[in-house]
Structure formats: C-alpha cells, structure tokens
Design a protein around this ligand. Structure first.
Ligand code: SAM
Length: 339
C-alpha cells in the first residue's frame, strides 16, 4: 500500500444528489456570441470540399469549425491535426450533400440541439476508445480503500448511498465495470447500501450504446472469464448483454462537460472517473471542468483521471493520493486543512 498523502476528513457533509437532474440532457446551443465573434471568411478562400491534407493549405472555414467545436465542447484540435477535422467534415459534407467547407460552417452554426449537424459532427470527431476493466489499479483502490473509508464516514447516516459518476463514459464500459465491482461487494462491505452510477458522454451514439449495454469481443479484452460469465448474457453473433442487476445500477445520459449548468446539476457525488477525456481539451477548458468536479464531489470524495493525465498546473484544491499502481485526487473537508 502506497503512502497516504493527506489528512483524513472527519466531517461528513453530503449534499443532496439532485435526482431530478440526473437524467438531464445537455443540448448544445451555439451561443450568438460564438457565431458573431467569428471573422468573415477571406474572399479568396479555397472552396474545394476536399479535406485539408496534412501538409496542404487549410481552408479558413476549417479553422472556424475548429473554433466552434472548441467553444461548444472544449475539444481542441491542434493546428497540425486540422486535416483530421477536415476529413471528418468531408465525411459529413458528403453525407448531407454540402459542397464547400464554408457552406458546411453555415449549416453547423444555423441550428443547434438534438438532430443538428453540429451534433452529428461532434459524434463524428469524438474518440471513444474504451473497454471493460480498463484500469484494475483504480478498481482496487475503489474497492479496497475508498469504499471502506466511505462506509466508515457515512455509516452513521440514515441513507446509505454511494454515488459514482463516469464522466466521458464513451459506450459505457467504465460505468458497468464500476457496477460489477460494486456488486462484488454487495454481500459484504456494501450490504444494505444503495449504489448509483451515472454514465455520461457528449456523443449521442455512445450514450445509446451505453444504454443498450451490449458488447462484442473487443470490449472484453481485459475482462476475466468469470466476470463475463457472471454479469453478461450471450445474445448470439458474438455479442453479450449486461445482466439486469448490473444495468439497473447505471443511469446513462448525454452531458457535455463544457456545459456549466449541466455539470452543476451533478453535485453530490462520491467518486468521479473522468479518464482519458480531458486529454482532448486545452488547459483553460480542463481547469474549468476540474473546478466543477471539485465542487460536485462530496467532502472526502475522490476523482480519477486516465494514466497519462494529471492535475499538475490545473488545480491545487485536491490532495494527491497514492494507491498501488495509480493515483487519485481527494477532496478534503474544510476543517482538514487545504480545501
Ligand atoms: C477515450 S474515451 C474515454 C472513455 C472512458 N472514460 C475510458 O477511459 O475508457 C473519451 C470520451 O470523452 C468524450 N468526450 C469528449 N469531449 C466531451 C465533452 N465535452 N463532454 C463529455 N464527453 C466528452 C468522448 O465522446 C469519448 O467518448
């Protein structure tokens, strides 16, 4: 067991989870200020619908589209990767029959919300790489250290509830992994406790897949056979559906981490997993999301990032905690020092 680097919280203040907001959808709206702040396109812009090549000239419309995506989602496209955005736009333009990047930008900014072309483009550009049991050290930290610690802190409360949030859950594997890990404790540590897991993502298609809870071989590449047998039902053609006892612990919904009011509605959570999501954001957008996470966590709550990520230069409000094979971030109670 690694050295603990924090003072323990003795306080137990747990804000009420806003149940009514849990399934709230955050619909994207392009604020007028974004549209109006964008410079008019240069007169001599290239009008070819072909995507910019890695070394070729970039149509100015693609930079405007990049800025639009950044403003609505926090996802930042590096200049040298702009051609990838161009390729995604080209696929969408072909799909909807738009000839030029400029016309496409007009379409993206004309209408927002569900079913809009902007939503389709966001669905196209988000990267949903994930699998079940992606980070065993995080799961061990949760089961062996964090849950026992919560039970000690919260055990005296009338309502015995644990609330976990998989933020940027992609197709749901992370959330179902958490659900299975918690179910393993249901006859032991968590007997008599209610566990709620919320799984949210920006990508509409990913959220639909998460809701269905049906996975193929690729999702199981890190999964021990006994977990697969215990918690999934084969439904043919190499697919497996998560069992109802796992499914019912997880609530799936669309939530854009750039949407301040949608994130604020997630207050009162004990553990947040936001793994491999903020890598697509730039510094200011990351900081903003991390500040929200801090505010949303109950005192004594934990926050996990992906293995290549850290809060270095993003926030000093959390305490870094070392677990075997991983680190987590802990929100201390106000009385326990730095808050
Ligand atoms: C690489 S996946 C990570 C999945 C999972 N957390 C894991 O570590 O296995 C990144 C996810 O972040 C989501 N994402 C990107 N920007 C987002 C935003 N602004 N709001 C919510 N989700 C976002 C993407 O749609 C994608 O599903």
């Amino acid at each position: 067991m690694g050295a603990r680097q924090y003072q323990r919280s003795k306080s137990g203040i747990f804000p009420i989870w806003k149940a009514a907001d849990r399934n709230a959808r955050s619909d994207l709206v392009v604020p007028p200020w974004i549209r109006s702040s964008m410079s008019p396109l240069a007169q001599n812009e290239a009008t070819a619908s072909a995507a910019p090549r890695a070394s070729g000239p970039v149509d100015p419309a693609y930079r405007q589209i990049r800025d639009l995506i950044y403003n609505v989602s926090g996802i930042y496209q590096l200049e040298e990767k702009l051609y990838l955005l161009g390729e995604a736009c080209s696929r969408r333009m072909k799909e909807v029959g738009i000839a030029t990047p400029r016309d496409y930008w007009e379409t993206l900014t004309a209408v927002a919300g569900p079913g809009s072309e902007l939503r389709s483009l966001l669905n196209e550009i988000t990267i949903g790489e994930t699998c079940l049991f992606r980070s065993q050290p995080q799961l061990d930290a949760l089961r062996k250290v964090i849950v026992p610690e919560f039970l000690r802190q919260k055990g005296k409360q009338a309502t015995k509830k644990l609330r976990l949030w998989s933020a940027g859950c992609s197709t749901g594997e992370e959330a179902y992994t958490l659900a299975m890990s918690m179910l393993e404790e249901r006859e032991g540590l968590l007997k008599g406790w209610q566990v709620e897991i919320v799984a949210t993502d920006l990508n509409d298609h990913s959220v639909e897949t998460a809701q269905a809870g049906i996975y193929g071989d690729c999702a199981f590449r890190n999964t021990a056979d006994h977990f697969k047998r215990k918690y999934f039902v084969p439904i043919g053609e190499g697919k497996f559906r998560v069992r109802p006892e796992v499914r019912k612990l997880v609530t799936c919904g669309r939530l854009n981490l750039k949407d301040d009011s949608a994130i604020s509605a997630m207050a009162g959570v004990d553990v947040i997993f936001c793994c491999n999501v903020l890598i697509y954001f730039d510094g200011p957008s990351k900081s903003r999301v991390v500040e929200h996470f801090f505010d949303n966590l109950n005192f004594g709550g934990y926050f996990f990032l992906g293995p290549s990520e850290s809060l270095f230069r993003l926030s000093d409000r959390f305490h870094l905690v070392h677990f075997p094979g991983t680190v987590g971030y802990w929100k201390p109670a106000p009385t326990s020092g730095k808050a």
